[in-house]
Structures are given as C-alpha cells and as structure tokens.
Design a protein around this ligand. Structure first.
Ligand code: ADP
Ligand code: ADP
Ligand code: ZN
Length: 215
C-alpha cells in the first residue's frame, strides 16, 4: 500500500502516521523527521534545510525531492510506504507521480486530514515531540504517561523551535498557498480521501482505517 498523508501543520499527520504504519506494516516516511535528523547530525543537507525550517518556509523542491527519491529506493519500501508531509507542493506531487510511473507503480490513496485554522495554534504550541523516535504528544490533548518522558522510548520530550506562535502563522500561510492546491491535484487523479481531523485521536484513526480498508 502506498499512501500520501497531507494536511495543515498540526493536523495530526505524525500522530496518525505512527498508528497507520503499525496497523498496515508499512514504513512511515516523514520528510520533517528526516530533515530534523540531518539537522541534529549537522550534515550538509541539515545545514541547508535548517535555513528554511526555522523560518517556517519550505525547503526547496529539488533538495526535498532528491531526498525522498533516495529514501523510496531503500529495501523496506518494496511493499509500500506512508509518506507524511510529502508532497507539499504541486511540483513535488508531479515528481512523485513521474517517479512512480517510471516504475509502473501507483499511489493508492492521498489522505487529507482536514482541520480548520482556528484549531491549529493551540495544537502546535502545546505539542511536545520525542527527539529520539519522533513520537508526538500534546500537553493537554495527548500527554505522555510520565510527564516530560516519551511513552515509546523514555527520552525527554522537547518543544520544536518552529512550533512558536510566529512560525506557526507563517507555516499556515505556506500551507494555504503551496500545499492546499494538492487537494485539486489529487481530486483530479481520483485519489483524494478526506478525514475530519477535529475528532479525538482514536476516532480519526478509525475513520482512516475505514477508508484504507482491511488490507
Ligand atoms: P502534524 O504532524 O500534522 O503536524 P501532529 O501529529 O504532530 O501533527 O499533531 C500536532 C499536535 O496536535 C500534537 O501535539 C498532537 O499530540 C496533537 N493532536 C494530534 N491529533 C489530535 C487530535 N485529533 N485532537 C487533539 N490533538 C491532536
Ligand atoms: P508538521 O508536522 O508541523 O507539518 P513537518 O515536521 O512535516 O511539520 O515539517 C517541518 C518543516 O520541514 C516544514 O515546515 C518545512 O520547512 C520542512 N518540510 C517538511 N516536509 C517538506 C516538504 N515536503 N517540502 C519542503 N519542506 C518540507
Ligand atoms: Zn521516543
């Protein structure tokens, strides 16, 4: 199964992606997580990506697309994958389409987690993430079992630098201008599915499983 997951920052992509990846046994590929790993390791890719991420802007398409193409050619992607946060521009979506077409492959579903703007700020400023395993928590809506510690791996959770109020506003604008056009793109391809991301976390997951089926 090959799935694209998209939606505004804070829609719950990362949260749902972990559950989808477990349920359907496909790797969770988050471009944001790959960039952050490169930033923490101070690689050339990380140094380049940081310039944009800290400002809430998108990393240039060329850099992002090459990184994803490399990742999709790894062994564990043979039976499918879940792309979280990619594509984020129509150009990225077209590149993914061409990449798949060259291999006689197709996407199964482009899943939009829809959450209106007024929910986003509270979600983002209350978000805490695990720097080791990428798990995402919320101080109010989804706190870790032990305060400040990741449920999965026990590391101290942190607040992302780009989850400040000012950067969140910029990321929302970027979403509206550059990522929302994907809705039309995937509608035309006949792949678009939409879930209501304002439901509780487990309800969103149930809605997603209804769409993806029992494969
Ligand atoms: P994204 O990857 O789309 O940016 P996350 O999965 O990191 O979003 O979720 C953003 C924040 O909102 C996190 O703090 C997360 O715990 C919280 N969250 C995710 N889904 C829900 C939900 N359905 N209801 C309330 N809070 C949620
Ligand atoms: P969120 O979970 O809040 O949607 P991500 O972790 O997916 O955020 O992404 C964090 C940042 O990484 C983005 O604001 C952007 O700067 C960069 N990024 C992630 N994915 C992409 C992409 N497909 N294209 C360009 N930049 C990206
Ligand atoms: Zn963890």
């Amino acid at each position: 199964m090959k799935i694209v997951l998209f939606g505004p920052p804070g829609a719950g992509k990362g949260t749902q992606a972990k559950s989808i990846s477990n349920r359907y046994s496909i790797p969770h590929i988050s471009t944001g997580d790959i960039f952050r790993k490169n930033i923490s390791e101070n690689t050339p890719l990380g140094v380049e990506a940081k310039k944009y991420i800290d400002k809430g802007q998108l990393v240039p398409d060329e850099v992002t697309i090459n990184m994803v193409k490399d990742r999709l050619q790894e062994e564990d992607c043979q039976n499918g994958y879940l792309l979280d946060g990619f594509p984020r521009t129509v150009f990225q979506a077209e590149s993914l389409h061409d990449f798949l077409q060259e291999r006689n492959e197709v996407l199964d579903t482009a899943l939009l987690i829809q959450v209106p703007g007024e929910f986003i700020l509270e979600r983002m400023t209350g978000r805490r993430v695990c720097p080791s395993c990428g798990a995402s928590y919320h101080i109010k809506f989804n706190p870790p079992l032990e305060k400040g510690k990741c449920d999965v791996c026990g590391s101290d959770v942190i607040q992302r630098k780009d989850d400040s109020e000012e950067t969140v506003q910029e990321r929302l604008t970027v979403y509206e201008n550059q990522t929302q056009p994907l809705i039309e793109f995937y509608k035309k391809e006949g792949l678009l599915e939409v879930v209501d991301g304002t439901q509780a976390i487990n309800e969103v997951f149930e809605s997603i499983c209804d769409i993806l089926g029992s494969e």
